[in-house]
Design a protein around this ligand. Structure first.
Ligand SMILES: [Zn+2]
Length: 135
């Protein structure tokens, strides 16, 4: 039987060496589930990790864009409305466009940088700064 360490090692070996290559970056597919009048994004934490953004920031965007209150529960996001996965996917895509891709070079290797009261989207690939749209 394989030990946990062995499994971890082989998993790490299978990971791409350069995580930042453009062709490696893919917007994750949302996995949703309707529960009564609520919609769960089951893989919400994974999406935030892939996008390298704070789950709270992404959640705030989703609440506003989907006009729904909600909350983070474990690795899922709960929205207090019935929503289609297609609509939620569209909002994730637009989040990536607004907050992840560099507006100058189009690479996804960006982070938020705050200077005084102004926040920028700083790109690690080209060093450029894009404006940050407040949610
Ligand atoms: Zn850039």
């Amino acid at each position: 039987m394989e030990t946990y360490e062995n499994l971890l090692e082989s998993a790490l070996e299978k990971m791409p060496k350069k995580l930042h290559e453009r062709e490696r970056f893919q917007i994750p597919d949302v996995v949703t589930e309707i529960q009564g009048n609520k919609t769960l994004i089951r893989n919400f934490a994974d999406i935030a990790t892939t996008l390298r953004r704070e789950p709270n920031h992404l959640a705030k965007y989703m609440f506003k864009e989907l006009a729904s209150p909600g909350n983070i529960q474990g690795s899922a996001l709960i929205l207090q409305r019935k929503l289609t996965s297609r609509l939620i996917q569209e909002k994730v895509n637009s989040y990536v466009k607004d907050f992840v891709y560099c507006k100058i070079c189009g690479e996804p290797d960006t982070k938020f940088v705050k200077e005084g009261r102004i926040t920028f989207i700083q790109c690690d690939a080209c060093g450029g700064r894009s404006p940050y749209k407040h949610i």
